[in-house]
Write a protein that binds this ligand. Structure first.
Ligand code: GRF
Length: 204
């Protein structure tokens, strides 16, 4: 194994954020190695992306026993020496024992400015709210849905004639910049939690 900062990406769908991480590594913007792509959806597009990028794929369909499922995911990550788990459209809520196995080492990207518009349909919620801007958030994962401490956000304007598709495309473009940047902060040892607050420092 190389001594690069080791990450796992968990994803269930298209995988454009996975791709953004792969591309950031290829361009040198992110100094990390994706040790595994883990999915619960064997036919998701992200699997083809991982094969193309020569990233090892673990297909792990959900099990009825959440703890047994968590143990399986923990074992895969430990075996690969994973230092950070990046959720990127992974459509499952993580069991507490997985969170405890990787304390402050599991992050997620969400298509809104949390705490606004949590959960599913975040883009639709933002359009319906009639607000002038939305964005994306990278946050630590805790036991709630999109409730963990925020690490970084990027704003995206909402245009009067936006549809869900046009707004989503603009948010995705922002996500694809933000996620690799935040993972790079972790690789540089710059992210810490002090007194329950996220601090992005100068690096170790
Ligand atoms: C992203 O919009 C992310 O914010 C959300 O799920 C979506 C995944 O998109 N959690 P993709 O599969 O990375 O294209």
């Amino acid at each position: 194994m190389s001594d690069e900062f080791s990450i796992a990406v968990f994803a269930s769908g298209n995988g454009s954020n996975f791709q953004a991480l792969v591309d950031a590594i290829a361009s040198g913007r992110l100094t990390a190695e994706i040790r595994l792509l883990l999915t619960d959806q064997p036919h998701a597009r992200v699997v083809a992306r991982a094969h193309a990028a020569q990233v090892p794929v673990v297909v792990a369909p959900a099990l009825p026993d959440r703890d047994a499922y968590a143990d399986q995911l923990i074992a895969h990550c430990r075996r690969q020496g994973v230092q950070l788990i990046c959720l990127a459209g992974f459509m499952r809520i993580l069991a507490p024992r997985l969170l405890q196995a990787f304390p402050h080492r599991i992050i997620n990207i969400h298509p809104s400015l949390l705490p606004q518009c949590p959960g599913l349909h975040a883009v639709q919620q933002a359009l319906q709210a009639g607000v002038a801007e939305t964005g994306c958030t990278v946050h630590f994962v805790d036991e709630g849905v999109d409730t963990g401490p925020v690490i970084a956000q990027r704003k995206v304007p909402i245009h009067p004639n936006d549809t869900e598709a046009t707004l989503l495309a603009r948010i995705h473009a922002a996500e694809h910049h933000l996620y690799p940047q935040v993972v790079q902060w972790f690789a540089e040892g710059r992210v810490a939690i002090r007194d329950g607050h996220v601090v992005v420092g100068a690096g170790s």
